[in-house]
Design a binder for this molecule. Sequence first.
Ligand code: CP
Length: 311
Amino acid sequence: MARSKAIKKQVKHLLGIQNLSVLEAKEILKESQNFIKLNRSGSKKLDVLRGKTQINLFFEPSTRTQSSFDLAGKRLGADVMSMNIVNSAIKKGETLMDTAMTLNAMHPDLIVVRHQDSGAPNLLSQKVNCAVINAGDGTREHPTQALLDALTIINSKGKIEGLRIAICGDIKHSRVARSNIYLMNMLGAEVNVIAPKTLMPDSINQLGVKSFTSMKKGLESCDIVMMLRLQNERMQGSFLPSKREYYEYFGLTPDKLKYASKDALIMHPGPMNRGVEIDTKLADDINVSLVKEQVELGVAVRMACLKLYCK
Ligand code: CP
């Protein structure tokens, strides 16, 4: 027992950007750069994690995060097992903690977890002996999304420090917004958040951002415009009169993009609601949209995280 506690003390987890130091964030970003070239090459396989076992545990749907963690682990040589939650004992009423203890008994080296409850990965990390990476928990954090967003900005703008970044849309329910606010502030950007009053958290200004309810005012001089999905699955009650009206006032269109800097670039973590938070042509315009780059660099960032946290 004493031995297992001592080992546990040395295990590092990636649970959120809020717990990360600027040095740790920069180390992940630097390590990620090494994997971009590898991922574009004909031979993508390394044996950095040979003999290690990675379990992906996704309690919420995912395309980008789950597939990129899956690919990332395989490209580093790990044995990767993605739990099929739908066919698991969770459907018979087994709790998250019992599931965690069960998987822990199989000696994984790292668990990647996405869960609908804020704080679930933190709780899980206290119950297992391996490293835990948060792949998105409730409305709290999505740290690897913010890290891949930071890498995308650095690789297209050359820096983050001194940039003005707008995060627009459903701030209230967005873990992507929260992780990005922490990370962009930490790396020296100025952050504007733009949302209708109903989708703006009351305490948002305590996070070191400027808040706006007008796209015209909030986008002024912004270098990056990050659009967010309406998180309908987390909304209890009615937050908006209609999607059409939301698009009218808060959807990003070529006309609204003119309020930002002349060379502003657009981002979206996906999945996108085309015609709700973003104009469909703008989302696909390779001259301004970084959406594809975000997905590509997501694999590199997750490879770096697996390498650094799977000890
Ligand atoms: N951005 C993001 O988390 O996408 P998925 O839900 O597809 O993983």
